[in-house]
Design a protein around this ligand. Structure first.
Ligand SMILES: [Mg+2]
Length: 270
């Protein structure tokens, strides 16, 4: 008798499940419903903070684990599906696995990178909620949540970012670029966190064939897409795909953002 199969979906938020402008997931509702009906875990895996993702989990009615700040932290609701696992700390009702460097260390490192390169760098730590709101299109309250960093510092560079990568590497840190910002973080990415969480599902689901699916739109999603069995790249608002994302067997959606997300996942699970 063939073993039971189950899907787990790892999904980026900005530009993927949420539209690039307006942060709306309306076009993805049919697929979200289909996942819910089948009890398929939807793991939000974003550069957003825990505080921001918690808000989207509430809005989406999502009760599953999630990955914050580009793989810096894995958050699993305490008692989730009777899982047994090793975690680092308990925080606000979650078992937390910390993979990233702590935030004060990152802020200090960004200052050193600014000095070494002479680049005009502005991090979230240098901005007020109002400026983050203006730059991101977020409301003021959400901008405040976005500034509650734990593992990753978003920043802007005025002009060319010459020498940035070298300076980041010299400090043993990582830098990636999402839709709007560069992100400075410890030696983490969405891929390591995705693998770790998929492993936790597998260890806690004996006899079940766990199939992982990843959906993203940008370079910072590449490690996540490399870590899953089925990788989906959604089209960008300009009608193009991020050319830097190359994965074997990559599925490219016909439609843009959440509509592409919807069509690809509906096709997969129904
Ligand atoms: Mg994105």
């Amino acid at each position: 008798m063939p073993g039971q199969q189950c899907y787990i979906i790892f999904s980026d938020l900005d530009g993927t499940l949420l539209s690039h402008d307006g942060y709306s997931w309306e076009d993805a509702i049919p697929a979200l419903e289909a996942l819910r009906k089948r009890d398929i875990p939807l793991i939000l895996c974003s550069s957003k903070t825990k505080s921001e993702i918690v808000l989207y989990r509430q809005r989406l009615g999502n009760g599953h684990p999630f990955i914050s700040e580009n793989g810096g932290g894995i958050f699993i609701p305490i008692g989730y599906r009777g899982f047994r696992l090793c975690y680092d700390v308990i925080q606000d009702g979650y078992w937390v696995i910390s993979l990233g460097m702590d935030y004060p260390g990152l802020v200090k490192a960004l200052g050193e990178i600014r000095e070494r390169t002479g680049l005009k760098i502005r991090g979230f730590c240098d901005m007020r909620d109002e400026e983050v709101a203006m730059l991101t299109g977020l409301g003021l309250e959400e901008a405040g949540l976005a500034r509650k960093r734990q593992y990753d510092e978003p920043f802007l560079v005025e002009g060319e970012a010459d020498g940035l990568r070298e300076a980041v590497e010299a400090m043993g840190l990582e830098c990636t670029k999402g839709g709007r910002f560069f992100h400075l973080m410890g030696n983490v990415d969405k891929g390591a966190a995705t693998r770790r969480l998929a492993e936790i599902y597998r260890e806690n689901s004996p006899g079940v064939d766990v199939i992982t699916v990843g959906v993203g739109d940008s370079l910072n999603d590449l490690p996540m897409l490399e870590a899953v069995d089925t990788a989906i790249l959604v089209k960008r608002p300009d009608g193009e795909y991020d050319q830097r994302v190359v994965v074997e067997g990559l599925i490219r959606t016909e439609a843009i953002g959440p509509k592409g997300w919807n069509d690809a996942l509906l096709g997969l699970v129904t």
